[in-house]
Design a protein around this ligand. Structure first.
Ligand code: SF4
Length: 260
């Protein structure tokens, strides 16, 4: 099926521009749910989804980024959904989402996701000044050097492999991965779609001297059946290397639909 390419209006072109001292937030905005992946899977969290990404995963390869509305200019949603929120406004919405869903839980947890959140990392640092009591996770593709103001956050880094369809030059920044590896709360989630991905992961782990205890493999898939098929590929290697497996629980809970 040929995807229809949306032609932005003048109003869309204005809407997509970064706005000083405001976060560019995707159409999902904030939502409260359990963290679905990684070392904090199952913990109550408020997610903040930011707009823009510097990679284009799945274009034109086999799997497609499930948040392409944050970056794919062919999509109407990319142009029409983003909003500009001040730090105060974002903090109020985050607190409200928590109070509505998880007020009975003490530890407040924010997951800043995207797109690629570090494209707005100076703004994230300012937002976090409004939320000093929160535990914060930042999801990143590992291509942008984090600023020191964010070093106390938990970095959920998901370096992209050849299977993502991005060139090596765009997707692989060893100096960034080494810095993230050195942060106290960091993890690396690798999406696995085929056996050859494991050779690539081995190479990255060795070149960047990543801590084996921080490596998680995540079977790719937009359906439970796809995830189960890829799970078989990674089980043995995880046992041998001392790595871990993480599933995408949100797929099981909600299916492939968007959280809005
Ligand atoms: S880095 Fe993440 S958000 Fe960006 S295109 Fe890839 S999967 Fe999508």
């Amino acid at each position: 099926m040929i995807q229809e390419i949306y032609k932005p209006t003048q109003e869309d072109l204005e809407r997509i521009k970064p706005y000083p001292d405001k976060l560019k937030v995707s159409g999902d905005g904030v939502f409260a749910t359990l963290q679905g992946e990684g070392v904090t899977a199952g913990l109550p969290s408020v997610f903040l989804r930011l707009h823009y990404c510097n990679l284009t995963c799945g274009v034109p390869s086999g799997w497609l980024c499930d948040t392409s509305y944050t970056w794919n200019a062919s999509n109407r949603e990319f142009w029409q959904e983003p909003e500009d929120w001040s730090y105060e406004e974002a903090a109020i919405r985050i607190r409200n989402a928590w109070e509505t869903t998880f007020s009975h839980r003490k530890e407040k947890r924010l997951v800043v996701t995207g797109g690629e959140p570090l494209l707005q990392q100076k703004k994230i640092a300012k937002l976090l000044q409004e939320l000093p009591e929160w535990q914060v996770e930042i999801e990143t593709n590992g291509t942008i050097m984090p600023i020191s103001e964010l070093y106390t956050c938990q970095f959920n880094c998901s370096p992209k492999l050849e299977n993502s369809g991005n060139t090596l030059q765009r997707r692989y920044k060893p100096e960034v991965l080494r810095v993230i590896n050195g942060l106290p709360k960091s993890q690396f989630k690798f999406v696995v779609t085929r056996p050859s991905d494991l050779d690539e992961i081995d190479k990255i782990v060795e070149e960047c001297n990543l801590d084996n205890g921080k490596i998680l493999l995540m079977p790719e898939g937009h359906t439970k059946e796809e995830v189960e098929a890829h799970l078989g590929v990674i089980r043995e290697v995880v046992e041998v290397r001392g790595w871990r497996i993480t599933l995408r629980n949100q797929l099981i809970w909600f299916g492939p639909k968007r959280r809005t």
